[in-house]
Design a protein around this ligand. Structure first.
Ligand code: DQA
Length: 146
């Protein structure tokens, strides 16, 4: 089973970026934890980050036929990007939306996710653990579809 983790803008700054909101772990720390759990679950993981909407759209398009599930923290593009939503809807690869912070407990503009309606579900507010829960959900989604 192959799972693609995608990370949107500013997540490369984790660790130094508003640590009171996003925690002290860097994205590399989170990737290490994800890879450890992936090994235990015997699944393979590709882990990417981009600040560019178009690059994320390209990666989603390319995932068709190559990955079983996508786990995405689209960061600010969650709330703005029709292009990401359309890409997810277009390829038909089951996709799980994750966030470190609880977007529903924050500013109003973060309450709306444009990608949520085309995702299997949303995991939000568990800090770095949202990534591990996302991985577990990805495996469950794939197993349920078999
Ligand atoms: C975020 C929440 C978004 O609202 C924000 O723009 C981010 C990170 C999170 O993981 O909590 O960049 O996706």
């Amino acid at each position: 089973m192959k799972i693609l983790f995608l990370n949107g803008p500013n997540l490369n700054l984790l660790g130094q970026r508003e640590p009171e909101v996003y925690g002290k772990m860097t994205l590399a720390d989170i990737e290490t934890d994800v890879r450890k759990l992936a090994k235990q679950l015997k699944v393979s993981v590709d882990f990417r980050q981009s600040n560019l909407e178009g690059e994320l759209v390209g990666w989603i398009q390319d995932a068709k036929g190559k990955f079983d599930v996508i786990v995405i923290n689209a960061a600010a593009y969650t709330h703005t990007s029709i292009a990401l939503r359309d890409a997810i809807a277009a390829i038909g690869v089951p996709t799980i939306e994750i966030h470190l912070s609880n977007v529903h407990a924050r500013e109003k503009f973060r309450h709306k996710s444009l990608i949520a309606p085309v995702c299997c579900g949303q995991i939000t507010g568990f800090g770095a653990k949202s990534y591990l829960l996302g991985l577990q959900a990805a495996v469950d989604v794939k197993v349920a579809k078999k």
